[in-house]
Design a protein around this ligand. Structure first.
Ligand code: 5GP
Ligand code: ZN
Length: 115
């Protein structure tokens, strides 16, 4: 399958890896939007969250825990970070292999309107 994140997960395309295990791989985004910008990518190809099923619940949980581990490894647990998942066209998704963004290293501002 010609999916760039599957190719990175298989080691066919180079990426700066932060951590990996049998379920997922985390690597630096090629166009970082913040000083720390790491992508958490499951080895299983799922187009996005909308393609996830009940059987993927554990994998989705592992992705969140990997985001925690990346934040710790990159030293941004404090003062904090943001985890983002885009889905579909209006969600701004560009690569249709489900992934989380871990962003930090600068104040990120609010993305939801202040009350
Ligand atoms: P999306 O908009 O789909 O949530 O985010 C896709 C992200 O993947 C973008 O931030 C983009 O910079 C990153 N990206 C796309 N192609 C590559 C690649 O070949 N290598 C790496 N490391 N990141 C990529
Ligand atoms: Zn893929």
């Amino acid at each position: 399958m010609d999916c760039v994140f599957c190719r990175i997960a298989r080691g066919e395309v180079q990426a700066r890896t932060v951590l990996q295990d049998e379920h997922l791989i985390a690597f630096d985004d090629i166009h970082p939007a913040a000083p720390v910008h790491v992508l958490i990518v499951p080895r299983k190809h799922l187009a996005n969250l909308s393609a996830a099923r009940e059987e993927d619940a554990l994998l989705l949980g592992r992705m969140l825990l990997a985001a925690r581990d990346v934040a710790r490894a990159r030293g941004i647990e404090e003062p904090g970070y943001r985890v983002v998942m885009n889905a579909g066209e209006h969600g701004g998704q560009e690569v249709f292999h489900c992934h989380l963004h871990v962003l930090g290293g600068r104040p990120l501002g609010r993305i939801l309107p202040a009350r």
